[in-house]
Design a protein around this ligand. Structure first.
Ligand SMILES: NC(=O)c1ccc[n+]([C@@H]2O[C@H](COP(=O)([O-])OP(=O)(O)OC[C@H]3O[C@@H](n4cnc5c(N)ncnc54)[C@H](OP(=O)(O)O)[C@@H]3O)[C@@H](O)[C@H]2O)c1
Length: 254
């Protein structure tokens, strides 16, 4: 019988870190479903690039903050998986998609709080819960957090609080899915030059220089510093790592 490829679902795979994760997973032999929030063309281009590499790929719309649409999304995902690979299950869930914002504590409204809560915490929590029955035993969950749960950046109180919740959730998840041979880990990138938070790093050379100066490796990160770690966490070699927070920040604020 033909050996079936592993399949990953990467949320927010149209740009930035998620795109790099999808490409590096594909390089390592994994078929990929990526999601986008609004940038369909970018997502379709990433899927096309993956197919050119000889792997299977599709792009689907998904809003991590719209929990009422999760059941319909997962039904569509089943149909996509069936069409793509002849099965309705997948192996790796990478909860990556989301937005940033630099908002001083005093200016955080309940509306802003709820948006960050839904996209970065509640959405990740319940997508994982609803997706688990569709995941094969031995699968992996990787939740993307941030260096700013360890060190503080003014204006990140609401964003980093939700990511902190994800870190606690991931340890509990690891414990509860362990009996299925599954692992759950957090990958926490330091500052990476992407479109994130209105391209805060790219559009602010002073900030970039300052961040580089407090980083052991002397620069800010690039998307390509991150994707390979996700591919590794989904590899057989990483099967004994579970319930861990792995920070990939070039050694910032040591
Ligand atoms: N860049 C950094 O410095 C950094 C550092 C630590 C952690 N992170 C985390 O890494 C992840 C990816 O960040 P990035 O730098 O790649 O950002 P990015 O370049 O801005 O890309 C964000 C991705 O998430 C998608 N997205 C946006 N809102 C979403 C929503 N409501 N639901 C689902 N997906 C949504 C976007 O889709 P569209 O393209 O369709 O808009 C895009 O694919 C985020 O969880 C972020 O918190 C980033």
């Amino acid at each position: 019988m033909e050996k079936q490829n592993k399949i990953a679902l990467v949320t927010g795979g149209s740009r930035g870190l998620g795109k790099n994760m999808a490409l590096r997973l594909a390089e390592s032999g994994v078929d990929v479903v990526i999601t986008y929030h609004s940038k369909k063309e970018e997502a379709d281009a990433v899927a096309a690039e993956i197919r050119q590499m000889g792997r299977k790929a599709v792009a689907m719309q998904f809003d991590a903050g719209d929990l009422s649409a999760f059941d319909a999304f997962l039904e569509q995902l089943k149909a996509q998986l069936q069409a793509m690979s002849g099965r309705q299950t997948f192996d790796f869930l990478v909860n990556n998609g989301g937005m940033g914002g630099t908002i001083p504590f005093a200016q955080v409204t309940e509306e802003i709080f709820d948006r960050f809560l839904n996209v970065h915490f509640k959405g990740v929590y319940f997508l994982t819960q609803k997706a688990l029955p569709m995941m094969a035993d031995g699968g992996r969950v990787i939740n993307i957090s941030t260096g700013t749960t360890r060190f503080c950046v003014p204006g990140y109180s609401v964003y980093a609080s939700m990511k902190g919740g994800i870190e606690t959730f991931t340890r509990y998840l690891a414990k509860e899915i362990g009996p299925r041979g599954m692992t759950a880990n957090v990958l926490a990138p330091g500052p990476i030059e992407t479109d994130f938070n209105n391209a805060a790093i790219r559009s602010n050379p002073e900030m970039k220089t300052r961040l580089a100066s407090v980083t052991a490796l002397g620069r800010v990160g690039e998307a390509n510093d991150i994707g390979g770690i996700v591919a590794f966490l989904c590899s057989e070699q990483a099967g004994w790592i579970s319930g861990q927070r792995i920070e990939a920040s070039g050694g910032i604020n040591l």
